[in-house]
Design a protein around this ligand. Structure first.
Ligand code: ZN
Length: 506
């Protein structure tokens, strides 16, 4: 049995290494050199001659408890590299932790992790990369996992399908239909699978269409082996042209400019808004109305925050943005827009330090600088503080002369980066008076927001700012400096008043 695995691993390694031809020679040498040593870690960076401006970073580790080899592309610009380091670091940590826990005395070979990549396309505008990770553990089937990343190099942001398609288009349904038509033309599929099976595998969900690439102004959707049919069919790809998608594509995307297409449907949004307004009016007389506050930390972000503001506006929902001074300094006009659209700005420190590691003077300085900047940009100083990491102790409380806001619903959007997972967290934890924590720094969070808001309103919630939820907007005297609030305090009548205040702001 062991031999079989060894052969499989060898074959895989060969295949994997050949994908990075440029540095595979170096690598093999290193791999052998480390033969007699224990716990050898090496890392190297090699330029990729085929793609100028792109380097391969390789990290190799050979120890008694586990072995890994990891390769990732690095490009100019911080956003891509930062995400790669975070993601790969987490993959390695998770693997190493599990490997240590599982180490057996009679283990003949330590567990192995190998991550390699294929550059699918790279241009000045965008880069699309496919990663495969292989985990080998003695006595277990080999685990193979595919991950894909597409990145807009001009705007320095990772792409999701919602970057390409109009918000109100049913793009997943369209992708599902087009994929079905194209896959059914593939002889391998036609022979082995029924139409019904293919349809079922193509449910219009984000998960089913999460792997895509941008190449030569085309959108390539990848279905990794095993997603549509048996593994033996292998990876399946379908190619979609701008023309096939032009009525639902945003006018300007990494796919290029799309000429405006006459839209058949008439103004859907104003109608929705009218409904919402009448709901608002009903709310004042309805004592059973439920309220939640949405809060976004760590922004403003140059592209994600404006997207979030667009979606909030669609629902006439108001939120609280706990901003960092460093970000606010870079994008003051986004703060101005948020305030003018009825949102609240809170203080999330200047540079996101652990406040517990600072002196009281330093904490005050972190907050003062951000207060000043926000007041300068918007005309309104933040009335609330959320310490970085939600960290609170007596010294921190004593240093903050404003209400301290934590949360009762943690979407963990920074961790999952997955709209479905974010939605599930909200659905399972939200209740009347909740404060929901999100981050306006991840495009996946923006992607989730439309659905989250739709669901909240369907469930009868009204979405307000933290100060409105806590009643501070109308009764500033009930806001206690240094007190920690995680949700609305036991239901009182302050909300109806708060809502009047909300309408008067519009
Ligand atoms: Zn934060």
């Amino acid at each position: 049995m062991r031999k079989l695995y060894t052969v499989i691993i060898m074959v895989l390694l060969m295949a994997v290494l050949s994908a990075c031809q440029v540095n595979s020679v170096n690598e093999n040498v290193k791999w052998e050199k480390s033969d007699k040593k224990k716990n050898v870690v090496s890392s190297s960076t090699t330029p990729l001659s085929e793609y100028p401006g792109i380097d391969i970073e390789s990290i190799l580790m050979e120890g008694d408890e586990f072995v890994y080899s990891v390769h990732m592309p690095k490009i100019e610009g911080a956003a891509w590299n930062q995400e790669m380091d975070l993601w790969i670091g987490k993959e390695i940590d998770d693997f190493a932790r599990e490997a240590k826990g599982m180490s057996q005395p009679d283990q003949k070979r330590p567990p192995e992790l190998h991550i390699d990549f294929e550059i699918y396309s790279a241009s000045e505008k965008s880069i699309s990369v496919k990663f495969e990770s292989f985990v080998f553990r003695e006595g277990e089937p080999l685990q193979v996992e595919t991950s894909t990343y597409s990145f807009d190099r001009e705007n320095e942001e990772f792409l999701t399908l919602s970057h390409l398609f109009k918000d109100d288009s049913s793009y997943l349904e369209r992708l599902s239909e087009l994929s079905f038509q194209k896959l059914m033309k593939n002889p391998k599929i036609k022979e082995q699978l029924t139409e019904e099976h293919v349809r079922q595998s193509l449910e219009p969900t984000v998960e089913n269409f999460k792997h895509f690439f941008i190449k030569d102004e085309k959108l390539i959707v990848l279905f990794e082996a095993g997603r549509i049919g048996p593994h033996s069919i292998g990876d399946l790809e379908i190619e979609l042209t701008k023309d096939e998608l032009k009525d639902i594509l945003k006018q300007e995307t990494v796919l290029g400019i799309v000429e405006e297409v006459e839209e058949a449907k008439e103004p859907k949004e104003p109608v929705e808004k009218e409904e919402k307004d009448s709901k608002d009016d009903a709310a004042v007389v309805d004592p059973n109305k439920k309220y939640v506050a949405l809060s976004f930390d760590d922004g403003p972000h140059k592209s994600v925050t404006p997207r979030i503001l667009d979606i909030l506006a669609k629902y006439d929902a108001h939120a609280t943005f706990f901003v960092l001074g460093t970000q606010a300094e870079a994008y003051p006009e986004i703060l101005k827009r948020a305030v003018s659209e009825g949102h609240e700005i809170g203080n999330h420190s200047w540079s996101h330090p652990y406040l517990s590691k600072l002196s009281q003077g330093q904490i005050k300085e972190q907050l003062r600088k951000t207060d000043e900047l926000v007041a300068g940009a918007t005309g309104v100083a933040p009335g609330l503080v959320r310490p970085p990491y939600g960290e609170v102790n007596e010294a921190i409380k004593a240093s903050i002369n404003k209400p301290i806001i934590k949360w009762s619903v943690d979407t963990r959007d920074w961790e999952s980066r997955n709209p479905n997972a974010i939605m599930a967290k909200v659905q399972s934890q939200v209740k009347d008076g909740a404060i929901i924590l999100m981050h306006d720094t991840y495009s996946t969070t923006a992607e989730s927001l439309d659905r989250v808001l739709k669901w909240l309103y369907e469930e009868g919630y009204e979405v307000v700012t933290v100060s409105e939820l806590l009643g501070f907007s109308t009764n500033p005297e009930i806001a206690i400096a240094g007190k920690v609030y995680s949700a609305q305090e036991p239901k009182n009548s302050s909300m109806n008043v708060a809502l009047d205040e909300k309408s008067s702001k519009k």
